[in-house]
Write a protein that binds this ligand. Structure first.
Ligand code: MG
Length: 304
């Protein structure tokens, strides 16, 4: 433990990733459930989702907060593709969309096997342009974060959308609630959170890791790390391969071997995070009602 109440140091390596004098800045408060942070370096802004309030918000460095999109169809996770286009998971319409430069919405995925998706939750784009996303049931459980509806898929899966053919492949179907996901810096590994314990205490609250074969298949599933406070939701990986995961008490940082290095303690339950800022060394954290940010020495691996 350190003397700094902002951090829990579980391994000396964590000292090299954080800044002892850094502050946790609360950039905005007033969300109901903040999620899906995505950094736009070209506009020096962060966009995120406020799911129950049916809106997406935008924080501009030096310029304050404004509404980015409303209604948002209960958008949850967001990312950008290699062309910088916004890719989003919509609970409300149970689909993954891309926002074109002119603002038009392109539907990337909304069904599998002739049945509607559950409620896409989080999404990432690989350097080959493929779109990978999770499809738990949170957005159809109630009218709070979407529209209460029957689940049509037999399971809650992880999918990959092929950039050439547009075909949707189901990669894994044995999660209770697949949630946040991230690639290792070299894109040979995929991390996926199982947040099943959100509604069943004995259910998984861990992150699994898979080997990626041929850029399109997963094998060798194993538990990477278990979250000891709350559940894992969104996560990001830094350029050294450390995994930064959301949890009830803050952000947990794991070494590539799964060792818990330390925590950044946050006053509210963390749902997601992303690296941003001009140097990609500022961690933006969506935590229940608020957007927080803190500078670290680590640098986000995700591009753009
Ligand atoms: Mg999530």
């Amino acid at each position: 433990m350190s003397g700094n109440p902002l951090y829990e140091i579980h391994d000396p390596r964590f000292q090299q990733l954080i800044i002892g004098s850094a502050a946790l800045d609360e950039l905005y408060s007033g969300c109901r459930w903040a999620e899906g942070p995505v950094w736009f370096g070209d506009a020096n802004q962060l966009v995120w989702s406020d799911i129950p309030n049916q809106r997406m918000l935008r924080w501009v460095d030096g310029g304050g907060v404004s509404v980015f999109r409303s209604p948002s169809n209960f958008t949850n996770g967001n990312t950008r593709d290699r062309q910088g286009r916004l890719v989003s998971c919509e609970h409300g319409l149970r689909r993954v969309t891309r926002t074109e430069p002119d603002g038009a919405i392109t539907v990337l995925a909304e069904s599998y096997g002739g049945k509607r998706l559950n409620s896409p939750n989080d999404v990432i784009v690989r350097s080959d342009g493929s779109v990978w996303f999770t499809d738990p049931s949170y957005g159809i459980l109630s009218d709070y974060e979407g529209y209460k509806s029957p689940q049509e898929q037999a399971t809650r899966n992880v999918y990959r959308l092929d950039p050439e053919t547009g075909a949707l492949d189901m990669l894994v179907n044995d999660f209770l609630q697949p949630n946040g996901l991230a690639f290792s810096p070299d894109e040979t590994l995929l991390y996926v959170a199982d947040s099943g314990a959100s509604h069943a205490p004995e259910a998984p609250r861990h992150i699994r890791v898979f080997d990626i074969l041929d850029g399109k298949r997963l094998e060798n599933s194993r538990v990477f790390a278990t979250i000891d406070k709350g559940i894992p939701d969104g996560m990001r990986v830094d350029t050294s391969g450390n995994v930064w995961s959301s949890a009830a008490d803050g952000v947990h940082c794991f070494a590539p071997d799964g060792t818990l290095l330390g925590k950044i303690l946050v006053p509210q339950t963390v749902a997601n995070l992303t690296f941003g800022g001009p140097r990609r060394n500022r961690l933006f954290i969506t935590a229940t009602r608020s957007l927080y940010a803190i500078y670290v020495t680590a640098t986000g691996a995700q591009v753009p």
